[in-house]
Ligand binder design. Structure first.
Ligand code: ZN
Length: 100
């Protein structure tokens, strides 16, 4: 286990406060650096109603990618957003390192 990484994955953040506490820990971990972004993939507009455009659900959520400089473990972070509770998970490399 790498001492510079997070010991636990967060499948969701229980509250705004838990996310703030997480970010404090993140800031204190100097070995973990931000290396990129994977953008959202929005669905096409499905309905126009009273001038508002309602969008279909995203097929893929965007996330930020971080990397531990000590052990090269990559992590993906998505911040909470209203009902969405976010996550912080290990990012496993895809075939031929295609992830990110
Ligand atoms: Zn590490």
């Amino acid at each position: 286990m790498c001492p510079d990484c997070f010991l636990n994955e967060f499948t969701q953040f229980e509250s705004e406060k838990s996310f703030e506490e997480f970010m404090e820990i993140m800031k204190s971990k100097k070995s973990i650096i931000h290396i990129g972004e994977v953008p959202d993939d929005y669905g096409k507009p499905v309905l126009s109603l009273f001038g508002f455009h309602l969008y279909g659900s995203k097929t893929k959520r965007g996330y930020s990618v971080f990397k531990c400089q000590s052990c090269s473990q990559k992590w993906k972070l998505d911040a909470p957003d209203y009902a969405w509770r976010g996550f912080f998970l290990k990012l496993e490399e895809g075939p031929a390192g295609s992830v990110i």
